[in-house]
Design a protein around this ligand. Structure first.
Ligand code: 0X9
Ligand code: ZN
Length: 404
């Protein structure tokens, strides 16, 4: 946003001197005027939590809590108070949470998922930030959450994108994605003695790629899979995992709008997949190192290709298998749940999948994960299996990041 820096400085200076001595009891958002790189560095080094996505020249908003005024003053920058904030530890003041649901033992609705992640972001704003990457067919926001690792100067940033709830009825994938986000953000929480072996990776989570379909699976049809595109007077929905561009239109997808694997009218015809495409090509993702699309069920770790039984080049194949086996081993250690590592096409041929696109277009390490179970409950995984699914997949995901 363009601002008149000079005028803002004058206004800010007036506010600073008129208001600065007043004590700070609650939490508030303050706008800092950041004139140059040196000032930006001071803000980056400060203990104050960021309200803005990142420190930017011009202005940056920070969160000032009780007792943090000296920290604000020590920055020696003009500031102004923007708004009061609720205590980030009780984000419910924002009216976001309705009935205090627990993501460990309940499947949450779309709004509840976002509210929960927002609470985590408010409590750890230097590590978690978010970006709206698009709008669904019905106008719901598509969010990507960044969980930022420790920056090691001189080392190129590794970027991983994780998508969940591509298919509406695969509810467990949202629960597991949330848990990965939360656990990683706690691992990255700034503290004096950082535990060893923390991976230097930035992970972007898209917790709900298909919010319309997901909500529809609560309100109308528990077994709904696709998005909610109105194809014609009798049929709704495009299979987002047949709408990506690699081998779009090929075997294992359908041109029939009523089919559950309907591919849509063109690659990326759907705003939900176009958002992922555009986001992965944006500066936020300088180079996509790895891509993981989380599905259920069958307990599989699938690597490319899905559209053909041909193998990818052997070096890439070996790397996918080795990282896949590392995950498999970690999952097995927790509750003995067996996952199988295999090429996607071995399950069945599918064209236009996100995994083939992540590898084929970006050259990323790319997986489709299929979570619990193997068919006893299938998509209808009972809520008492949410926490075990989360607890067995997190160590695998962490190991994956460490070996990346
Ligand atoms: O068919 C899909 O999109 C995925 N399975 S699901 O039951 N979650 O719908 C699998 C896609 C991965 N590739 C292949 N199966 N080839
Ligand atoms: Zn799926």
């Amino acid at each position: 946003m363009a601002i008149d820096l000079r005028r803002s400085c004058i206004v800010a200076a007036l506010l600073l001197f008129g208001n600065g001595a007043v004590g700070q009891e609650g939490w508030a958002r303050y706008r800092l005027i950041v004139p140059d790189e040196a000032a930006a560095q001071r803000v980056s080094d400060s203990e104050l939590a960021l309200f803005s996505d990142s420190v930017a020249l011009g202005y940056t908003d920070v969160i000032v809590g009780p007792g943090q005024f000296p920290e604000l003053w020590s920055l020696r920058l003009p500031y102004m108070r923007i708004q009061e904030l609720p205590d980030p530890r009780s984000w419910a003041d924002y009216g976001l949470e309705t009935d205090n649901p627990n993501y460990r033992n309940q499947y949450l609705r779309f709004d509840q998922i976002i509210a929960q992640i927002e609470a985590w972001r408010a409590a750890n704003p230097r590590v978690i930030s978010r970006r709206q990457i698009g709008l669904s067919i019905q106008g719901r926001p598509l969010w990507a959450y960044r969980v930022g690792g420790p920056q090691i100067p001189g080392q190129p940033e590794k970027v991983v994108v994780v998508t969940c709830l591509t298919h509406a009825r695969e509810w467990i994938t949202g629960s597991v994605g949330m848990h990965l986000l939360y656990m990683l953000s706690e691992l990255y929480r700034p503290r004096p003695n950082r535990p060893p072996n923390v991976p230097n990776v930035t992970v972007w989570f898209v917790p709900v790629q298909n919010p319309d379909g997901y909500e529809y699976s609560f309100t109308n049809d528990r077994m709904w899979r696709k998005n909610r595109r109105r194809n014609n007077s009798t049929s709704f929905g495009v299979d987002l995992n047949r709408n990506y561009s690699v081998a779009w239109g090929g075997a294992g997808s359908s041109g029939n709008p009523s089919s559950d694997v309907y591919r849509g009218t063109a690659p990326f015809s759907e705003p939900e997949t176009a958002a992922i495409r555009d986001f992965c090509a944006s500066p936020a993702v300088s180079k996509l190192t790895a891509f993981m699309d989380i599905h259920s069920y069958s307990q599989l770790i699938l690597y490319p290709w899905s559209y053909t039984s041909n193998a990818i080049p052997s070096g890439d194949r070996t790397r996918h298998i080795s990282l896949g086996n590392a995950m498999r081993t970690k999952i097995l250690e927790v509750y003995g749940t067996p996952f199988t590592v295999q090429q996607g096409s071995q399950l069945y041929i599918a064209s236009g999948t996100s995994k083939d696109w992540g590898y084929g277009v970006h050259g990323a390490i790319s997986y489709t994960i299929e979570l619990r179970d193997t068919g006893q409950y299938g998509f209808l995984l009972p809520e008492n299996q949410i926490a075990p699914s989360q607890d067995e997949f997190w160590p695998a995901f962490l190991e994956f990041l460490r070996q990346l």
